[in-house]
Design a protein around this ligand. Structure first.
Ligand code: SF4
Length: 294
């Protein structure tokens, strides 16, 4: 059995940067807080919590000390609020997320009704919406766009951005529909390039192997997105969080396996999956050889 790794696996630069900034804050200060998880991955959050990171759900729960802003970002009013409360801020917002926030503001300045293609419950989208003066429309499918019943006034001039981790295929299908509905559509492509590269690379791999494995947390939006994308090109795509979830019976008559990962999946977790497959295959080959000899 041959096992192929996608060209890039493990953390993207934005996640790496956020983890390193958090580690540094923990090394330098005593009371370090974060609103939500630094990344959607239990291995990483456990490691940082063991070093002293305190997770809170509300800014009001932070009494003093240092607050880390995670890679997904926060609305600027919330950051100002944290400053006003006397907190030391470590801003680990990914620069690509900052660009998406600025793109939405730019479209609003141009007089557009801002439409965001993304998940309205995702922290990144909440951060983008929170910076705008007027309500934005957030949709995640063509059906949601139709259900929104945008009135004619709003459809005169529409400005679109995308959740940074969304797939180009999904975003372009919704933009195509918007073009049919609105008089003018301005689009700023805010899809993150590392995400796009990984998606294209994973699709290429999924097409050539018998089974495709996507490694990453079930709470990671980009991992779920990657799984759905690979499933389109290879129905035998499976999603695992780590090597312990592999069901080896699935690989019994498989010759080629591909492995891709979400952007918040630690490289060791991906390597664990690869190693488990290789060891299982070697054991199987040895057992087969012994049987043939007997
Ligand atoms: S996926 Fe892209 S936008 Fe998100 S943290 Fe990584 S580099 Fe930044």
């Amino acid at each position: 059995m041959k096992v192929y790794l996608a060209k890039e696996v493990g953390f993207c630069f934005g996640v790496k940067r956020a983890i390193n900034m958090t580690r540094q804050a923990l090394a330098e200060h005593d009371d370090v807080y974060i609103l939500g998880d630094v990344v959607h991955n239990r291995t990483v959050t456990s490691e940082l919590e063991a070093r002293g990171l305190q997770k809170v759900n509300e800014l009001e729960d932070v009494r003093g000390g240092t607050m880390v802003i995670r890679a997904h970002g926060l609305p600027s009013a919330r950051i100002q609020e944290a400053h006003d409360r006397g907190l030391r801020i470590v801003d680990a917002t990914c620069p690509i997320v900052t660009q998406a926030q600025e793109a939405a503001l730019e479209l609003e300045r141009r007089g557009c009704q801002v439409v965001i293609i993304g998940d309205k419950n995702h922290a990144e989208i909440k951060g983008v919406i929170g910076n705008l003066k007027n309500p934005a429309l957030v949709v995640d499918s063509v059906e949601e766009l139709h259900e929104a019943h945008l009135d004619k006034r709003l459809l005169r001039k529409v400005g679109v951005i995308f959740q940074t981790t969304h797939s180009f295929e999904l975003c372009s299908s919704i933009v195509n529909e918007l073009i049919l509905m609105a008089k003018e559509v301005q689009v700023i492509n805010t899809i993150c390039r590392p995400v796009r590269n990984r998606q294209m690379d994973a699709v290429e791999l999924a097409e050539k192997v018998d089974i495709m494995i996507v490694v990453g947390s079930r709470s990671s939006a980009n991992t779920i997105e990657l799984k759905h994308l690979c499933q389109k090109y290879n129905p035998r795509t499976i999603h695992v969080e780590n090597a312990d979830e592999l069901d080896m019976a699935q690989f019994a008559s498989v010759e080629q396996v591909g492995i891709a990962s979400g952007l918040s999946t630690p490289p060791d977790t991906v390597e664990g999956v690869r190693r488990r497959l290789m060891v299982w295959d070697q054991d199987r080959a040895r057992a087969g050889a012994a049987l043939a000899e007997a």
